[in-house]
Write a protein that binds this ligand. Sequence first.
Ligand code: P6P
Length: 336
Amino acid sequence: MKNVTVGEFIVNTQDNIPGSSGELSKILSAIKLASKIVSHEINKAGLAANIIGAVGSENIQGEEQQKLDLYANEKFINALSARGVICGVASEENESYIAFNNEINNKAKYVVLIDPLDGSSNIDVNVSIGTIFSIFKRKSQGEKPVEISDFLQSGDQQVAAGYIIYGSSTMLVYTTGNGVNGFTFDPGIGVFFLSHPNMKTPKSGEIYSVNEGNLNHFHNGVKKYINYCQSENKEQNKKPYSSRYIGSLVADFHRNLIKGGVYMYPSTKKAPNGKLRLLYECAPLAFIIEQAGGKAISESGRIMDIIPKKLHERTSFFIGSSNMVDTIEQLMNSED
Ligand code: P6P
């Protein structure tokens, strides 16, 4: 499929989405539009001194908010509310969900959860960052405002999920449950082109991504796995793996998706339930990795099975090549 734009791809494939009469396509188009706007702003952040740096406030997570965090949050929420196809949004940057409470949006079938700019502490040092999104059908019935139960759904209920990585190029990668496709942005003409059709992640890899500064607080099975990654075994022709940790989830995930590897954020003393957020970071990436042939677990089982109790719920997170995730799971279970 030469020079297929993401817009053409969405239209050509929307018949694969059960029950969709075009609304999901409109949501993906809204995300596409906002990602172009954010990408433009990120790529000039170094020049526009007024847009980089912190704003002096903290988000619900108690994390210092960067100006681009808030800018991205505003652009995605505005783009999503404008199309009349979703009834509400939950964002990492907002303590509660946002109900688009009007006659049109209350009739909409979908809700969106989003981390508008993950890894934003890397903005000032020019490291790749990303947006992560998750889309569910609302559970509540009737033409009324969205409810918290519409957001607190397990990952296996997602109808679509994706991310945008703002790196050496800007890419949009998403799934609607029929495989994973990647689109690269051509800023010269302002269009995303299909560049990575039907993405599949290698069953095994030789890259592990983890903040080894927390090693002493990890689950013993995780410690054993990291030791395995670093070990050499001539009979098994096993060489030490490479440690690659950018400190930006979307960047580490995207590299491992393509090359093979595993990203780990185990529970630690400082983050006993893990640091990453289930609903708008772990579950959408879990949907993508499973569609690409990989796996995603927490210390208590498959990520996509977890039924969230709170909007900003955290979880431990292990995601990537299936053989590598299986080994981690086996080692953790053998230590329980
Ligand atoms: P640490 C960024 O804050 C983030 O949410 C992910 O993008 C990244 O992988 C992780 O946290 C880094 O956390 O504790 O290793 O600095």
